[in-house]
Design a protein around this ligand. Structure first.
Ligand code: ADP
Ligand code: ASP
Ligand code: MG
Length: 406
């Protein structure tokens, strides 16, 4: 069982979590619980780090931001004991959850389930601090990237061979799009791993991308469900499962959007071999992910324009790298925009249907939404548009593909 920030936001909410745990334990299960920090806590901790030092020191960043989960794991263990249930807290390093040393976005390498399973022999509930691990060689605390408690939960479930992994949050499942933006969004009974992976990586924050990968690789039966329903009788939520286990398949199953995008355009770049490598090589070396790329065919065969997107948080860094290489790349000017959003439609049915994206371009044009860039792949397409049209575009596509709740 995993409980996110809003589910452990205060002591009363933590007591409510204890009731959910009690239900499962009373039903005869051994339970490992993974908790996030209280909602808002991690942002506050990150704020303290940046306020203290402009110089990014990843090991101390992790030492600070991992602390929110230490608090909630201890508090939930106490609340369970108050309710008469034996329980203890576990920090990432105590289990241990071993990760690589990529502080701030570390990847889990192994989880030792032995201590947790030993506790089960005494019918003790294991309350685990999510989001954190330890790098073995240095002995230092690591964190798994924002939203990483989801990944902690699925990885622990795999390590202890759990019957299932329930991710409790503030919505009762995975929806066809963010229900906070589109009230007509529909809850899905089931969603395929591949679709969930795309939805998460294209902006649907309901699950961390890595958690879906781990669930898919280790075949962990994972549900998304609500902690805000009656703890005595909650609904099952949404199951993330294999494509073959979904009977009714629609062409498009979900719409996602990401505001964390920035667009860069280089004007009048020399139109000759090696130029794209000259631009994207240095960005790759700096670890900057480039997403959509458009190169215009030039009239004169002398120069061309290249447009691409990078994560919003990397915009300034990307710009200064390109400015540093201006002599080599030889472009006339650099233009950038951060008030852009990427809206995507996802569905495994796109593999076998033509013209799915074309319908979207028509519908968006009819609403006066200008498209700045497009990318497509086997089971999704994305358009980059002005941020002010986000809700209009998401709602338009949601209706277009028949996803609205009736
Ligand atoms: P937690 O703190 O429990 O980890 P998150 O805020 O990380 O919760 O994730 C839950 C939120 O994800 C929901 O409140 C919802 O607004 C958002 N969300 C975005 N896209 C979707 C979607 N397709 N289905 C469900 N929720 C979504
Ligand atoms: N508390 C961490 C965050 O806010 C991890 C999580 O909630 O999953 O990103
Ligand atoms: Mg989350």
């Amino acid at each position: 069982m995993k409980f996110g920030g809003t589910s452990v936001a205060n002591i009363e909410r933590i007591r409510n979590v204890a009731r959910h745990v009690k239900r499962e334990r009373d039903a005869g299960y051994d339970v490992a619980v993974v908790v996030s920090a209280m909602s808002g806590k991690t942002n506050e901790l990150v704020g303290w780090v940046t306020e203290t030092s402009k110089f990014y020191e990843p090991r101390e960043y992790d030492a600070v931001v991992a602390s929110g989960e230490q608090v909630t794991s201890g508090l939930l263990a106490l609340a369970l004991r108050e309710a008469g249930i034996p329980a203890r807290s576990w920090q990432g390093w105590q289990i241990p959850i071993r990760t690589n040393d990529q502080h701030g976005s570390a990847r889990i390498e192994s989880v030792d389930g032995a201590g947790l399973i030993d506790g089960f022999s005494r019918r003790e509930v294991a309350v685990i601090a999510g989001f954190q691990g330890v790098h073995q060689a240095s002995g230092r605390i690591t964190t798994l990237g924002r939203g990483g408690s989801d990944t902690s939960a699925v990885a622990v479930a795999a390590a202890i061979n759990a019957e299932r992994c329930d991710i409790y949050t503030d919505v009762d499942g995975v929806y066809t799009t963010d229900p906070r933006i589109v009230p007509k969004a529909r809850r899905m009974e089931r969603v395929a791993f591949e679709e969930m992976l795309e939805m998460a990586s294209l902006g649907a924050k309901v699950l961390q991308v890595r958690s879906v990968e781990v669930a898919m690789v280790h075949k962990v039966k994972t549900f998304v469900r609500s902690s805000f329903e009656d703890p005595a009788n909650p609904s099952p939520g949404t199951l993330i499962c294999d494509e073959e286990d979904i009977l009714e398949q629609q062409v498009v199953t979900g719409i996602a959007f990401s505001r964390d995008e920035a667009q860069i355009t280089l004007r009048r770049v020399a139109d000759k071999p090696g130029v794209a490598a000259g631009i994207f090589g240095p960005l790759a070396d700096a670890g900057i992910n480039v997403d959509m790329i458009i190169q215009v065919v030039s009239d004169d065969a002398q120069t061309t324009d290249i447009t691409f997107t990078v994560p919003g948080a990397e915009f300034d860094r990307a710009k200064s790298i390109l400015e540093g290489h201006k002599d080599l790349i030889a472009y006339a000017s650099l233009q950038g925009a951060t008030d852009v959003v990427k809206v995507s439609a996802i569905g495994v049915g796109m593999r076998s249907h033509a013209g799915v994206a074309a319908r979207a371009f028509r519908a968006l044009a009819d609403k006066g939404v200008n498209i700045r860039a497009i990318t497509t792949s086997e089971i999704k397409f994305s358009v980059l548009i002005d941020a002010e049209y986000t809700e209009l575009a998401v709602r338009t596509l949601h209706t277009l593909y028949g996803l609205d709740k009736t």
